[in-house]
Design a protein. Structure first.
Length: 93
């Protein structure tokens, strides 16, 4: 089974390494999707892949992506449909 999640981080996300750590973890877990600042200057992340890998990614998000961040505020949506992403894209490295 596979699933897709969308996470939107708000608060302290700029200059904290969130995008780097998120992309690194997603690639490590074999997830595909994207990670970028949206028009509201919130960090928007969407990843999809095997359910166990997505669940591990959710745990990673819940425990705190970056030690440099003063807060770990986010919303999380879970979807059963996949979009067919080909890789893990980011608006940084």
């Amino acid at each position: 089974m596979a699933k897709r999640i969308k996470v939107i981080f708000f608060g302290d996300v700029k200059g904290t390494g969130h995008r780097f750590f998120i992309k690194q973890k997603a690639i490590e877990l074999g997830l595909k999707g994207y990670c970028q600042l949206n028009s509201n200057n919130q960090l928007e992340v969407e990843v999809e892949g095997p359910t166990n890998a997505v669940d591990e990614f959710i745990h990673f998000v819940q425990k705190g992506v970056s030690l440099q961040a003063a807060s770990n505020q986010f919303t999380l949506e879970v979807f059963d449909d996949l979009k067919g992403y080909k890789g893990m894209q980011s608006d940084i490295v």
